[in-house]
Design a protein around this ligand. Structure first.
Ligand code: DGI
Ligand code: FE
Ligand code: FE
Ligand code: FE
Length: 190
């Protein structure tokens, strides 16, 4: 599809090589999960491709752009502006890359902290971001990779557990949304 090819070419300009490789890895992994869970392939591919499109923007510029675009910034986000690449990414995906699919934009919007009650597409992107082939060294990665194709909610719980452990260990501020999302997926047994 030539739309996807054009986006890939633009992203190659914008992202450093490692981030670009990660992006392609997330795209294919999201596509595989879409096959498993009956989500539209083109939504998973678009979300995977564009999820980190705001990642290369310097943090001070991220804050300026949020102000300019009317994105409300919480205290935790102000002190940890890299969190904002998700919300800003959704905005840029729409304004710069012309994505009009609100389900895709929402998946990008929540891909870093998650949120309670995510859609299947949201969860596919969140999980693909963590398990794509270029990732390594996260604890429980092999477990999450295996369980992702069996039970998406259990994969969410595993990822969020590891993320919270990592944040506590490295003395990083926890966004209340990350905590709420963990609690939601640790208790949901659908
Ligand atoms: O952009 P990626 O690195 O591909 O992945 P991502 O958007 O899921 O971001 C992962 C990073 O975000 C990881 O280093 C942990 C961090 N993060 C997730 N939740 C929180 C958080 N950082 C802080 N300070 N607080 C959070 O609640
Ligand atoms: Fe990201
Ligand atoms: Fe993520
Ligand atoms: Fe990512």
């Amino acid at each position: 599809n030539e739309i996807f090819t054009n986006i890939q070419m633009q992203l190659k300009e914008e992202l450093d090589e490692k981030r670009y490789e990660h992006t392609i890895g997330v795209m294919y992994t999201a596509a595989s999960l879409a096959m498993r869970y009956g989500v539209m392939m083109h939504q998973a591919i678009l979300a995977g491709l564009l999820h980190d499109c705001a990642k290369a923007i310097p943090n001070d510029e991220k804050l300026e752009l949020c102000k300019k675009y009317g994105i409300i910034v919480s205290d935790v986000e102000r002190e940890n502006p890299s969190l904002l690449h998700a919300k800003l990414g959704a905005y840029i995906a729409r304004e710069k890359y012309g994505v009009m699919d609100d389900e895709v934009l929402h998946a990008i919007y929540v891909h870093t902290t998650g949120e309670p009650g995510m859609s299947t597409l949201d969860k596919i992107l969140f999980v693909a971001d963590y398990i794509e082939p270029n990732r390594d060294s996260q604890p429980n990665l092999e477990y999450v990779r295996k369980i992702a194709f069996w039970d998406l909610n259990q994969a969410m719980e595993g990822i969020l557990y590891d993320t919270l452990e990592y944040l506590k260990k490295s003395d990083k501020q926890i966004d209340s949304m990350t905590q709420k999302t963990y609690e939601y997926y640790a208790s949901t047994k659908e």
